[in-house]
Each structure stands twice: as structure tokens, then as C-alpha cells.
Ligand binder design. Structure first.
Ligand code: 2DT
Length: 261
């Protein structure tokens, strides 16, 4: 039945200032959903484990200097990296209709709780004075190859796959739009009082004030704002409610869409 095959996991993003509680609440959401037997994975950007991620990490730790535009593009590249499919997985790539790692997870029914996404990318770079439209641009529109063929299979199979790919689905072009953006709202002064700013480049009150202004520009009606100054348990409860609602909607087959398309 159609309904069932469209069932998928939800793409849920947490955004907010440093020290707004995103990481803690992501962890809590994961165990909450696991407790309800949902398949769920925790992702975060920047992902500091990749080559690009290590350059970002060194920049944030003030161990290297980079032009503001260049570091913005590295943060974006760090999200695009999640689309990479190695040659040894090429057959898989064809069979899966060229979906990115992220889309595959979602279509296999796994919900992703993502700690920061493109919105952080735009909010932090535009807070430095970069043009907001320029900041958004690398998050959309890179062309995926139309087809990758791994040749170690009988030609008949390839032919049927090509027909399938062409008829069934145009390749995904851009980064996926989240099903839900959770904004953990905290005044920068309050966040600074929480202590534990780790001394990274952006962890400064004056700069965080500018980031708030950028988030306000990006914010739209689809975002869910949670008061991050409430006690941890209250934030947790509110998040559980909206997240469960979103996961259920996606399970019923809400279509995926592209970011800023
Ligand atoms: P964490 O402290 O959450 O690891 O973030 N940032 C993040 C950007 O400037 N651009 C981006 O695209 C992303 C994802 C926000 C480290 C810092 O990196 C900033 C805080």
C-alpha cells in the first residue's frame, strides 16, 4: 500500500545560541524516542570527524585563520560531505536512486535529530556581516550526477535500473529541508551566565547578540520556539510533544522537500 511505502523518519533540527541546551536536549530526545521504539540517530554540524571538519575545528579553536567566506563554504561543504558515495558503494547508489546518506536514513524509517544545520551556517556568517543571500546560496542547488554505474553486474540488470531511475525519480538536487526546526530561545546574557563558554572563536557575548539578530531574520512560522530559560525538565517535555507529533506525521508519509526551494 502506497501510504506505507512513503512512511519515513523525520528530519528534526535544533538551533539556538551556544549554551542554549541543544546538545543536552538532543540527547534526551534520542533516549525518549528510543524508549518508544523508534529508530533514531543523533547527527551534529559541524561534524568535526571529517577532513573538512578538522579544518573547521582548528578555525573555531583559533588555531588557524581563514577568510570569512572561506570558512562559511567549509561549514557548507561539511554538510554536503554527507552526500558523498564512495565507488565501492556505487551499485548501492544506483539501486537507491542516488539518495544522499541523509535521505537514505530517513526513507529507511530512521528519525534524525540534528544539532545545528544550515540555519547556524547562515546565522553565524551573516552575523559577521556577510550578505545573507550569499550565505544561503551554497546550501542549495549543487548538481548530483544523473547516474553512477558500477559495472560489475550483468548488462540486463543495468538497463532495467537505468529505466527505473529515469522513470521513477529525478535526482535530488539540494540539501533537504528539515521537517521541524526547534529554536531554543535564550537571551545571550543568560547563555553567557551559564558558564562553560569553551573559549572558541564565536563564544563571545557581543557576537552572540548579532547571531540572535540573524536567527530572527531566518526564523519563519514553521519553526517552533522553546523558552530555553525554563527548567531542563520543562524544556524536555515541550520538545517531546512537538517532536512526537512531527515523527508521527512523517510516518504517515509527509513528502520530503528541499531547503529554501
Ligand atoms: P558547536 O559548538 O555546536 O560544535 O558549533 N557554526 C556552526 C557556523 O558558524 N556555521 C555552521 O554551519 C555551523 C553548523 C556555531 C560550533 C560553532 O560553529 C558555528 C558554533
Amino acid at each position: 500500500n502506497n501510504h506505507k511505502s512513503d512512511s519515513r523518519g523525520a528530519l528534526i533540527v535544533l538551533e539556538g545560541l551556544d549554551r542554549s541546551g541543544k546538545t543536552l536536549q538532543s540527547r534526551k530526545l534520542i533516549s525518549y524516542l528510543e524508549g518508544l521504539s523508534y529508530s533514531v540517530e543523533s547527527w551534529r554540524f559541524p561534524d568535526r570527524n571529517t577532513g573538512v571538519g578538522q579544518m573547521i575545528s582548528s578555525y573555531l579553536a583559533n588555531k588557524s585563520e581563514l577568510d570569512d567566506h572561506a570558512i562559511h563554504l567549509l561549514f557548507s561543504a561539511n554538510r554536503w560531505e554527507k552526500r558523498f558515495v564512495s565507488m565501492s558503494h556505487a551499485l548501492c547508489y544506483v539501486l537507491l536512486l542516488q539518495r544522499s546518506l541523509m535521505e537514505n536514513k530517513l526513507r529507511c524509517g530512521t528519525t534524525l535529530i540534528v544539532d545545528r544545520y544550515s540555519f547556524s551556517g547562515v546565522a553565524f556568517s551573516s552575523a559577521k556581516g556577510l550578505d545573507i543571500e550569499w550565505c544561503k546560496a551554497p546550501e542549495m542547488g549543487l548538481l548530483a550526477p544523473d547516474l553512477v554505474l558500477y559495472l560489475d553486474i550483468p548488462p540486463e540488470v543495468i538497463c532495467s535500473i537505468i529505466k527505473f531511475v529515469v522513470e521513477v525519480k529525478a535526482p535530488e538536487m539540494g540539501l533537504l529541508a528539515p521537517d521541524l526546526v526547534l529554536y531554543l530561545d535564550i537571551p545571550p546574557e543568560k547563555a553567557a551566565e551559564r558558564g562553560g563558554y569553551g573559549g572558541e572563536r564565536y563564544e563571545q557575548l557581543e557576537f552572540q547578540r548579532k547571531v540572535v539578530r540573524s536567527y530572527q531574520i531566518l526564523h519563519d512560522a514553521s519553526w517552533k520556539t522553546i523558552d530555553a530559560c525554563l527548567p531542563i525538565e520543562d524544556v524536555e517535555k515541550q520538545l517531546q510533544e512537538v517532536v512526537l507529533d512531527c515523527v508521527t506525521t512523517c510516518q504517515k508519509g509527509k513528502p520530503l522537500s528541499q531547503l529554501w526551494s
